[in-house]
Design a protein around this ligand. Structure first.
Ligand SMILES: Nc1nc2c(ncn2[C@@H]2O[C@H](COP(=O)(O)OP(=O)(O)OP(=O)(O)O)[C@@H](O)[C@H]2O)c(=O)[nH]1
Ligand SMILES: [Mg+2]
Length: 286
């Protein structure tokens, strides 16, 4: 059987986390239309009768590192690649021009010796397209595959290619005792990520980059329902006011959307107690 570590890298927003979720057939990573949604390297295990793949989803490689959050996040893709990796998936979005940021990401990938697959994502979108700019990269890669991560197009072809390039070996992770699909994060962190995804969705401009979410308590009530106590942390009082919104409309929207998805994720009825707090140091713990 085949087994190994497959690292997903690329610019922000190309669809890395969407691909991971749709290969696993289960949401493990949050996604959003805003760049730098993923903040930490996330591992998740895929298994079938061909073997086992440990996928590592990484934060998008940002061109201009301006604020302290992206300074912390940006080196993480490179850190994931500096560990042992069996196959690198370099994902590009053909609907965006190949610019300075892309070249920076390519420079990082070029240094890696492992077999590489160029994945051209968002094939469901016809225009605009800059696919010609990306086709030039083909010769540097072992395979080039066009997919639509969102619409699950060509994912089997991609999996075939990954298994071909992976070495023969024993499974690296014992998923028997783990909650499928063998995520490397705790369940409270996973639930907090769902809340952060909804904050990302509703908040505008720089505010999504000034927030994080923490789950403090998960208690199962007698009725089988879950009581979840969580906080959204932000750096300044003025952001706190925006997150709460006039008459509390914004926090209500974030809470409602979060609760709905927390119920799907846990298959339980959820009571969510969500508050907003100013804490200028939260970035130190991300
Ligand atoms: N049309 C289309 N949109 C896609 C496709 N794949 C992903 N997207 C969208 O692209 C946006 C970014 O997706 P993510 O999966 O969060 O991207 P990412 O590469 O993980 O981004 P970072 O975590 O910020 O690095 C989301 O709005 C997705 O719905 C696709 O195949 N087609
Ligand atoms: Mg992501």
């Amino acid at each position: 059987m085949k087994s190994g570590i497959v690292c997903l890298v690329g610019r922000p927003n190309v669809g890395k986390s969407t691909l991971l979720n749709n290969i696993l057939g289960q949401k493990v990573a949050i996604t959003s239309p805003k760049p730098q949604t993923t903040r930490v390297n996330l591992e998740a295990v895929y298994e079938d009768d061909r073997g086992q793949i440990v996928f590592v989803d990484t934060p998008g490689i940002f061109g201009k590192v301006v604020d302290s959050l992206s300074k912390r996040i940006n080196p993480r893709a490179e850190q994931a690649l500096s560990r042992h990796v069996d196959v690198v998936i370099y994902m590009v979005d053909h609907t965006r021009e190949k610019d300075f940021e892309e070249n920076k990401a390519i420079g990082i990938v070029r240094k890696i010796k492992a077999p590489k697959i160029l994945v051209i994502n968002k094939s469901d979108v016809r225009t605009p397209t800059y696919i010609v700019q990306y086709k030039f990269l083909e010769e540097e890669f072992d395979r080039t595959i066009e997919i639509s991560a969102l619409h699950r197009k060509n994912l089997n072809t991609l999996l075939e290619a990954i298994f071909e390039l992976l070495p023969e070996g024993k499974p690296m992770v014992d998923t028997k005792d783990m909650v499928q699909p063998g995520l490397n994060i705790e369940s409270k962190t996973f639930l907090a990520e769902i809340i952060r995804e909804k904050a990302f969705l509703f908040l505008r401009r720089e505010v999504p980059y000034r927030v994080t979410a923490i789950v403090d308590e998960v208690v199962e009530r007698g009725s089988g329902a879950l009581y979840i106590k969580a906080r959204i942390l932000t750096t300044e009082d003025r952001y706190k006011a925006m997150i709460i919104g006039a008459g509390g409309v914004m926090i209500k929207e974030i809470s409602m959307a979060s609760r709905k998805e927390l119920e799907t994720a846990t298959s339980k009825k959820v009571f969510l107690d969500l508050t907003v707090e100013t804490n200028e140091h939260w970035m130190d713990f991300v």
